[in-house]
Design a protein around this ligand. Structure first.
Ligand SMILES: Cc1ncc(COP(=O)(O)O)c(C=O)c1O
Length: 286
């Protein structure tokens, strides 16, 4: 559930986990299932797991969920069932915009308070927190378009490269990179819609974003693209996957080359019946 927090309201298609969703096992059924698994000859349950959502920047929802998990785990243990591990899931939120990222110090202190004396082994699954801020998507301005209502900046990246804005209406910081005549200081900001070139209205990275005037050819960085970026990328619209570059201590290394266009169809197989039908048709025409 990478896109939503338990508090951000759903837009219908994508929403936080609710009882009617596919995620998890109803809490009241978990104990019974655990006991059943423990009684099975070929199964060895080792613990309970919880994952309450993603991009959660407040501590309270985690604490509430973990208290409940702990109660359930202690009840199972008291009932004599083997249980040594609690998996606390992920969901630790980062700062895309003005959110205060979850504080790891406070998160850690809370885990200490709840679990230090319980003897349970803990597992964590933070995804976004580890890699989100580490990645940027670089893109070039390919055109500007003015209409009566909007000022569009068209870039060469698109929703296939970073789908979060199209899928979740997610906000990513956008900054011009590279030398600009006069620099960024003092540049007059103007509202622009930053859009990709794919034929979908949703192929929009930002709406009415205050940006300095951007010229064709300028490079922009879409920030915090390290999580749910490349892994959710696709070749939609016959667009090869972008190259990936790792930067460490001022050194850059290509770690995945730009996909070649021929790779888009390299694994396609011509169906044999097409050839057969062609021959039959040719034979029929005699
Ligand atoms: C079970 C589970 N664990 C961990 C994660 C990682 O979440 P995040 O990237 O928000 O830390 C997810 C993502 O939805 C998940 O479903």
């Amino acid at each position: 559930m990478p896109g939503r927090t338990p508090r951000s309201p759903p837009d219908g298609a994508i929403s936080p986990p609710r009882r009617e969703d596919k995620f998890g096992i109803p809490e009241e059924e978990a104990a019974q299932l655990y006991a059943r698994a423990a009684a099975e000859r070929w199964l060895r349950p080792v613990g309970l797991a919880v994952h309450i959502g993603s991009q959660i920047t407040a501590l309270a929802p985690f604490e509430r969920a973990y208290r409940r998990l702990l109660e359930r785990a202690e009840a199972l243990r008291a009932a004599g069932l083997p249980l040594r591990r609690l998996d606390l899931g992920g969901g630790l939120g980062i700062s895309y915009r003005a959110e205060t990222a979850l504080s790891l110090e406070r998160f850690g202190a809370m885990l200490g308070r709840l679990f230090a004396r319980t003897g349970f082994e803990l597992a964590l699954e933070p995804g976004r927190y580890l890699v989100g801020p580490a990645g940027v998507l670089l893109t070039r301005v390919i055109r500007r378009k003015e209409t009566a209502h909007r000022h569009f900046v068209i870039v060469d990246a698109a929703m296939n490269d970073l789908i979060r804005p199209a899928l979740y209406d997610a906000w990513h910081g956008i900054v011009p990179v590279g030398p600009r005549p006069g620099g960024l200081e003092g540049a007059e900001l103007q509202e622009a819609d930053v859009v990709g070139p794919v034929c979908e209205s949703g192929d929009t990275f930002a709406r009415a974003r205050l940006l300095p005037p951007l010229a064709e050819g300028e490079i922009l960085a879409l920030l915090d693209a390290g999580a749910y970026g490349r892994v959710m990328a696709s070749t939609y619209n016959a667009r090869p996957l972008a190259a990936e570059v790792m930067i460490r201590e001022g050194r850059a290394a290509l770690i995945r080359p730009r996909q070649r266009r021929e790779e888009l169809w390299a694994h396609e197989i011509a169906a044999p019946f097409d050839a057969g039908e062609d021959e039959a048709a040719a034979g029929g025409r005699g």
